[in-house]
Write a protein that binds this ligand. Structure first.
Ligand code: SF4
Length: 450
């Protein structure tokens, strides 16, 4: 039984905080009295559950699944939607005393016979981890018996937070899935890439894939929105890994570089400028003059089209003041998109941001005016909205009432968002949604009522 989380996950050399500090920490640790934003199970489930032809079985009390299930609006195309089922061994007091490995095995065999998936992920949780259940052994036995990959994910919540869970999931893919199959020769082109950390929220992957394909770049595997087990198995054949908005999964990109020699870059597809930059950086990574030329031409024509499409929104939005309170990479990538729309970001949340994220914020903040908000509790946000005269709050769903209390419009830009905001079409959607929010008559009504 291997329970201890690998030392390597705490020591990621590409994480800025490990370069700067002597005391190495995987990510921020929990602070008493402050919300942690999910346990390791949560983080692992977020990364792996969009794999659409696999079953995802949480081995633990039913509430562990309740905590993680269906938190993101990842979309999928294809017949397999097993990932939408929440599966758990739902262990109880009896299982604690007599053990629940057999129950887990029987449950998985039943589910595999019923759904015929291409793989199974077993997520460990605190209780079976503490009682010493061997999910690695169960996974080995079932892999042989069922003839599909059955992957143990050591995601017991007491190991750490959501960010660590992301890394544990990346490690599970690296150990048990990637490199286990070769692709058919006819799906390979001269320019094959993987996206890592794109979860296809509201179909955003489809927009990025379209832009890549217009530029002659082949998306071999996406890790993991809308992914199949097979495409992840042969992802080691890509010529480049593009890490999208997920610092935690840089670990996986680095491991793939070490083992398969695949270089990686980190890019964002939020906004016109960022999408253009991402396309150009991908082309430049292949060091092919023809491809670079083609991408530059496409960027030129696409920029003209999109600028025309966002023009009516930009006219209205220019100079409007935004308070952005979201996590990690979005703390800077959305600033770029909002700059494209002419808006002025007055503050951005950096609670979950790395040092590198903060440096990127500075890159987009020519005058050094953007406030970096470390503590975004509702009281602070309401004060900031008032003091800085924000016109709109862009944040996660839980902050909707913060905006309503401040009598200003709100747009959800986190995982529960109801629109796709990446790539070329995404910036048009974002402009339109903010425009609609700012012009909604609802806010006049509530302002008058107060
Ligand atoms: S912290 Fe442990 S018990 Fe709580 S949801 Fe996470 S895995 Fe389950």
């Amino acid at each position: 039984m291997q329970l201890k989380v690998k030392e390597e996950l705490f020591d990621e050399p590409t994480c800025e905080h490990n370069i700067q500090k002597k005391e190495k920490k995987a990510c921020k640790t929990a602070v008493p009295g402050s919300s942690t934003g999910g346990c390791a199970l949560d983080g692992a489930y977020i990364v792996l559950s969009p794999i659409r032809d696999a079953l995802h079985v949480v081995h633990g009390p039913i509430n562990c699944l309740g905590n993680s299930y269906n938190q993101r609006t990842s979309e999928s195309k294809g017949n397999e939607t097993f990932y939408m089922y929440g599966m758990t061994s739902s262990i109880n007091e009896n299982d604690l005393i007599f053990g629940s490995e057999d129950k887990l095995k029987k449950g998985i065999v039943y589910a595999v016979n019923k759904f015929n998936p291409k793989g199974v992920f077993i997520y460990n949780t605190c209780v079976p981890a503490l009682t010493g259940e061997d999910i690695g052994g169960v996974a080995r036995e079932l892999t042989e018996k069922l003839n599909i990959p059955v992957v143990p994910v050591q995601s017991q919540g007491f190991s750490g937070g959501k960010n660590l869970g992301n890394k544990i999931a990346g490690d599970a893919l690296f150990e048990y899935v990637i490199g286990k199959k070769e692709p058919n020769i006819d799906i390979l082109t001269d320019y094959n890439i993987n996206l890592i950390g794109e979860y296809n929220i509201k179909g955003e992957l489809f927009l990025i894939k379209k832009a890549l394909s217009d530029n002659g770049i082949n998306l071999l595997s996406n890790i993991t929105g809308n992914a199949t087990m097979e495409e992840i198995m042969y992802s080691h054949k890509a010529g480049l890994n593009v890490v999208v908005c997920s610092k935690a999964l840089v670990y996986l990109a680095r491991k793939m570089e070490e083992k398969y020699g695949i270089p990686f870059i980190e890019e964002s597809f939020f906004g016109l400028s960022s999408t253009n930059n991402a396309m150009l950086h991908i082309a430049e990574s292949f060091k092919d003059a023809k491809l670079i030329e083609k991408v530059k031409k496409n960027i030129e024509s696409k920029t003209k089209i999109i600028r025309k499409e966002i023009e009516p929104y930009k006219k209205f939005l220019t100079g409007k003041r935004v308070l952005l309170y979201t996590g990690g990479v979005k703390s800077w990538s959305l600033i770029s998109a909002l700059n494209d729309l002419g808006m002025k970001v007055i503050a951005t949340g950096v609670k979950k941001s790395t040092e590198e994220d903060k440096n990127r914020i500075k890159e987009f903040d020519a005058n050094g005016n953007i406030i970096m908000l470390d503590n975004g509790n509702p009281v602070n946000l309401i004060k900031m909205i008032k003091d800085e005269q924000a016109d709109i709050l862009l944040a996660g769903g839980r902050n909707q009432y913060t905006a309503i209390k401040s009598l200003i419009p709100f747009l959800d830009v986190n995982q529960e968002r109801s629109n796709s905001y990446t790539s070329y079409e995404g910036i048009v959607h974002l402009g339109r949604q903010i425009y609609l929010e700012l012009n909604s008559p609802v806010y006049d009504v509530i302002r008058k009522a107060n």
